[in-house]
Design a binder for this molecule. Structure first.
Ligand SMILES: C[S@@+](CC[C@H](N)C(=O)[O-])C[C@H]1O[C@@H](n2cnc3c(N)ncnc32)[C@H](O)[C@@H]1O
Length: 393
């Protein structure tokens, strides 16, 4: 029996037989807690099945928000519909569609606008092409939308003993436990955070889509890797003294310990980049130490560089959009950075002021040769609590 047939015939028994309460519920609860949906937001629930996410999502976004559940199974959607009717979940809409052929325009129309949140729980590992389904789903979301993938892999550690059971169970549902679809967030989102539950069996990842709307034609945004170090060094050193001259090996190390490292690319060449640190990073910098000592949960922009040939086109603001989206997705309160006062950099000071940065101190650094203004900007919608650390995969 194929997985399509299984969900058709098993829809009515799905909630009872899917080990929801003893095993899987915790994954959806955790993802929705990390996404922190707000009243009025629009949520796309990909592969929604019988709508087990819907009461939780409705409670957060009602009365003005909307939840759109998409599934290819008429029978699973029928159960979701009954649930919504029985429980008065009037924010919930349902759309029958194969996720691999999802029409983004249709989703936006059903939601009344682009999605603020996309969630896929225990569904991508069943799909023939998870990457295609995910791309189609996020095409219906706004830049900066929060996203979550919850899925399964074989349990590890002591829980390994139940791995054969998990495989049999997942196999029955048609899931590929080696698909690891949460890794799609590493390529498509920023500020990715992870939780690992039930002996690593359940993997939860959340993040935010980059704010790419303002990208000029031909420019793309991608995560940096240490192998970019040579290109980064050329860009970096050309921007001195606004940023310190740094050898490629040190830049590779910085990328390695960064909480966020993104590059702007044109025709296969990097034309700008940002490197930012989360709290608690193993990073010996006087300015990072200043912000760490303040005790405010922050994402620290170590450096942001745009090639001289690309300046004035808004690329710096694009990178900052991605930084603020990541800080917001991670539940941080501030974005922090420093700008030189001596040698002076009035252009950069004015730019940061326009973005909402305010000076919270000054200090002499590098043995008194450079004086900086230490800047902080509040993350829009930040909650006081910072949640988990980095992602694992
Ligand atoms: C294990 S259930 C999970 C349902 C729900 N997300 C949850 O958390 O309970 C997997 C669901 O994915 C749906 N599904 C599988 N492949 C799909 C596809 N290509 N397009 C849309 N839905 C799909 C199935 O019909 C089923 O309802």
């Amino acid at each position: 029996m194929g997985s399509r047939e299984r969900y058709r015939s098993g829809a009515r028994l799905y909630d009872a037989l899917s080990a929801e309460w003893p095993v899987y519920r915790i994954g959806r609860i955790e993802a929705i807690r990390m996404l922190d949906p707000q009243p009025g937001e629009r949520v796309l629930d990909l592969g929604c099945g019988t709508g087990l996410n819907h009461p939780l999502l409705h409670a957060a976004v009602a009365p003005h928000g909307r939840v759109l559940g998409v599934d290819r199974s008429t029978e699973m959607l029928a159960v979701a519909r009954r649930r919504a009717e029985r429980r008065g979940l009037d924010s919930v809409r349902l759309l029958e569609s194969d996720a691999l052929e999802l029409d983004a325009q249709r989703v936006v129309a059903e939601l009344g606008g682009p999605a603020d949140i996309v969630i896929a729980t225990y569904t991508l590992s069943i799909m023939a092409d998870p990457a295609q389904a995910w791309q189609r789903a996020i095409a219906a979301a706004r830049p900066g939308a929060r996203v979550a993938i919850v899925d399964m892999q074989p349990p590890t550690g002591a829980a390994r003993l139940v791995a054969p059971l998990a495989r049999a169970f997942a196999g029955f549902g048609g899931a590929d436990l080696d698909a690891h679809p949460w890794r799609l967030l590493d390529r498509t989102a920023v500020g990715v955070r992870g939780r690992s539950l039930r002996g690593d069996h359940i993997q939860v990842r959340t993040g935010a889509l980059p704010m790419t709307l303002a990208l000029p034609d031909g420019v793309t945004l991608r995560p940096l890797v240490p192998a970019d170090a040579d290109q980064l060094a050329v860009l970096n050193d050309a921007a001195a003294p606004a940023v310190p001259v740094t050898p490629p090996a040190d830049l590779a190390e910085l990328v390695g310990i960064a909480g966020l490292a993104l590059g702007l690319e044109r025709a296969g060449r990097l034309v700008g980049f940002v490197i930012a640190m989360r709290p608690g990073a193993d990073y010996a910098s006087e300015n990072y130490a200043f912000f760490e000592a303040r005790g405010v949960d922050h994402l620290y922009v170590d450096r942001i560089v745009i090639a001289a040939s690309e300046r004035g086109a808004g690329l710096g603001a694009v990178l900052y959009d991605a930084v603020f989206a990541a800080a917001g997705a991670e539940g941080r309160r501030e974005v922090t950075c420093e700008v030189n006062l001596d040698p002076p950099n009035p252009g950069s000071l004015a730019f940061h002021e326009r973005l909402g940065f305010r000076s919270v101190g000054t200090q002499a650094t590098k043995g008194g040769t450079v004086t900086v203004s230490l800047l902080a900007a509040a993350v829009p919608g930040a909650t006081a609590a910072s949640l988990d650390g980095g992602a694992t995969s």
